[in-house]
Design a binder for this molecule. Structure first.
Ligand SMILES: Nc1ncnc2c1ncn2[C@@H]1O[C@H](COP(=O)(O)OP(=O)(O)OP(=O)(O)O)[C@@H](O)[C@H]1O
Length: 360
């Protein structure tokens, strides 16, 4: 027994033997279009990896290849060091010992909740399958629904049943495609925390597909950011946030003010100051990216002169639009305290963090 995030005592679901998963130069073409360009990625046993990226970047295709429901055009997938897809061998999905929870992985309407969960346990024999299925249902807090049918459950409850079904066979690897996308934001937060607790407890290696950077940061031990069928950057949330490899990654994790400049004597000049750009050659056109959170509104006469255009209440913070001489586009900041009304002259001061500078 253990306690979940809300302090409720929950029974332990069966512990899996986590397996490492590797993609080696995995390529997938659909006709003339290339959905995945030679992806190489090693996911150690027990890691939770979030595949993050905009719509159409190839996340689902990579996950489907790991599951075995899609074949790579070239390259290999290794599960626990053994080829499960590649030139030498192809292991069918049901023989891979992988748990799946897909966005559209609907429950069978004609089976009870328990029968749905026990579906992947048929090899165990009836009694044992029922016992294991009930254990998984208890783990997601739905044992009392065992003999009901899926249609009476809410969206969140159905998602829990799908999670129970995925973990019931104690898979060494769990693949989840946008598992919380159908839920409202409060339920999504709760399901995410509960799922994370279950993943840590079952110790399975997991790949979670999402297009939500906050979700990836909350769930992933590492994040693999994709664009156009390629891996852009792989690392911890801190690494991707503080040292994005390119402006695409920076934009994915932060709301930025992008100020055009040109490098001269190793520096990029802006109305907010002159910033080191030593690794870029002089004359390079750059974008100096200052996070909206890294600019503070200060009294007029201090910092860079600015005038307030508009303020919008966003709950925890305000989103304030300002006009700054020498910056063509509006500048946005996100202060938590009050801001003077539109038309007021103020100052803008940089916070502690240096801006990110990328070639334009
Ligand atoms: N069976 C298919 N036939 C042809 N093209 C496909 C097929 N499956 C995927 N694609 C294409 O491959 C690309 C990657 O699709 P994929 O579904 O992997 O992206 P994704 O990142 O998961 O997107 P989303 O977040 O919208 O689900 C897209 O351009 C898509 O149209």
């Amino acid at each position: 027994m253990s306690r979940n995030a809300r302090g409720t005592i929950v029974p332990k679901a069966g512990v899996s033997f986590a397996k490492p998963l590797s993609f080696e130069n995995v390529r997938r073409e659909f006709g003339d279009a290339c959905a995945l360009h030679d992806i190489s990625l090693d996911i150690p046993a027990g890691e939770i990896l979030c595949l993050l990226g905009p719509s159409g970047c190839g996340k689902t295709t990579l996950l489907r290849i790991a599951a075995g429901v899609e074949r790579p055009t070239s390259g290999r997938v290794l599960l626990d060091g053994e080829e499960v897809a590649g030139p030498n061998r192809f292991v069918l999905p049901e023989k891979r010992g992988i748990g799946l929870m897909f966005q559209d992985y609907a429950l069978f309407p004609h089976l009870t909740v328990l029968q749905n969960v026990a579906y992947g346990l048929r090899d165990l024999g009836r009694t044992e399958a029922k016992r294991e299925g009930l254990l998984a249902l208890e783990r997601v807090g739905l044992a009392s629904y065992a003999n009901r049918y899926p249609h009476i459950l809410s969206g969140g409850e159905q998602q829990r049943v799908a999670l129970a079904r995925a973990i019931a066979p104690r898979p060494g690897v769990l693949l989840m495609d946008e598992p919380f996308s159908g839920l409202d934001s409060r339920l999504r937060d709760q399901m995410r925390d509960d799922t994370l607790a279950i993943l840590h407890e079952t110790k399975a290696t997991a790949i979670v597909v999402t297009h939500d950077s906050e979700e990836a940061m909350r769930m992933g031990d590492r994040i693999a950011l994709m664009r156009g069928g390629r891996l852009v950057q792989v690392g911890s949330a801190e690494e991707l946030y503080s040292a994005p490899s390119e402006i695409f990654a920076a934009r994915f994790f932060s709301d930025l003010n992008e100020i055009p400049s040109r490098v001269a004597s190793g520096k990029a000049e802006t109305p907010f100051g002159s910033f080191e750009a030593k690794e870029l050659a002089d004359e390079t056109e750059v974008l100096v990216c200052i996070r909206q959170r890294d600019l503070n509104v200060v009294p007029a006469g201090e910092g860079t002169p600015a005038s307030v255009v508009e303020s919008r209440f966003l709950g925890d913070v305000l989103l304030v639009e300002l006009a700054v001489a020498g910056v063509e586009r509006p500048v946005f900041v996100r202060p938590s305290g009050p801001v003077p009304p539109p038309g007021t002259e103020v100052g803008l001061a940089m916070g502690e963090t240096a801006p990110l500078i990328f070639p334009a």
